[in-house]
Design a protein around this ligand. Structure first.
Ligand SMILES: Nc1ncnc2c1ncn2[C@@H]1O[C@H](COP(=O)(O)OP(=O)(O)OP(=O)(O)O)[C@@H](O)[C@H]1O
Ligand SMILES: [Mg+2]
Length: 287
């Protein structure tokens, strides 16, 4: 894949923390515009490190980070360009939130860009609405629930109107309804043109949500369409992950001679129920 197709990319990137062993070596990775990308790997495989490299929080020891093919320069101007393109939401909202109120926190990034007050207000309003937390605007952040803090942290990134929104384990700690609402929010952001990347251990979520899946394995990162990547038992094993339940269920259905639907298999309980529902008698031909 060429630089031209990639909005942001890592080219031959190696990285080690101070005095530590290499976390990533000679890594090639790209975020393509409009494709929902899930980054998967076991604990300690380097997902967070990779995301911080992409968003400019860490600088590669070797190799380069590119935005639309152009290498990022790590001066003020270059980093501002990278951060207005890519925004990272860290896993723990308490590492991100610091202002007294929700609206103040969300306005911090746009204010820092030096935007006019009216523009800042418009962006904050838009971000709070997108995350469905407009009613919490004046709430002190320390009085919010975990899910509300998570939404506030995402709103802070959305207010920067990034082209790429990167979320580190965004569903961790959310209840099932909170997860569904977050996925609906991400769908809305995607529909308005934001490219979304998410790190997760959750293979079922990745299969359901992502267009592409990148699996971090000890021998490098393997990227491809999620439906193919997440049905590759060997690759999943190498990455320390398990088979998504839908893929496993489809295998079981096939073994029993039952319809398993198109590969890789059902993505939701509803899809599974539809596959195994009693067949209706064939309807008359229309026409
Ligand atoms: N600040 C740091 N200083 C030193 N080593 C670090 C630091 N952060 C991470 N590491 C090490 O780098 C490796 C990759 O960590 P990273 O946090 O990127 O993994 P991860 O895939 O995000 O894991 P998890 O699923 O647990 O979030 C690990 O071996 C970790 O111990
Ligand atoms: Mg992590």
């Amino acid at each position: 894949m060429s630089d031209a197709a990639a909005l942001v990319a890592l080219r031959g990137v190696s990285f080690a923390y101070e005095d530590g062993p290499a976390v990533l070596t000679g890594l090639d990775f790209e975020v393509r515009e409009g494709r929902a990308l899930a980054l998967l790997g076991r604990n300690g495989s380097g997902k967070t490190t990779l995301m911080r490299l992409l968003s400019g929080g860490l600088r590669p020891g070797a190799g380069r980070v590119t935005v639309e093919g152009a290498p990022v320069s790590y001066d003020r101007k270059g980093l501002t360009r990278l951060r207005t393109t890519v925004q990272l939401v860290v896993q723990d909202p308490d590492d991100q939130l610091f202002a007294a109120s929700v609206a103040q926190d969300v306005s911090f990034g746009p204010l820092n860009l030096g935007l006019a007050d009216g523009e800042v207000r418009a962006r904050v309003e838009e971000a709070l609405t997108a995350l469905d937390i407009a009613r919490l605007a004046d709430r002190p952040t320390h009085l919010l629930s975990y899910g509300q803090r998570k939404r506030t942290a995402i709103a802070g990134a959305v207010a920067m109107r990034p082209r790429v929104l990167i979320l580190d384990e965004p569903t961790a700690g959310l209840d099932p309804d909170g997860q569904e609402r977050l996925l609906a929010t991400l769908d809305g952001l995607r529909a308005s043109g934001t490219t979304v990347v998410m790190a997760t251990h959750d293979v079922d979520l990745a299969l359901r949500w992502a267009d592409d899946a990148a699996l971090l394995t000890p021998s490098g990162v393997r990227t491809g369409p999620a439906s193919g990547q997440l049905a590759r038992t060997e690759l999943l094993r190498e990455a320390g992950l398990r088979l998504p339940w839908g893929v496993a269920a489809a295998e079981l259905l096939r073994v029993h001679g039952l319809p398993a639907g198109p590969p890789p298999g059902p993505r939701t309980a509803e899809e599974l129920a539809a596959l195994t529902a009693p067949r209706e008698a064939p309807t008359e031909r229309r026409g």
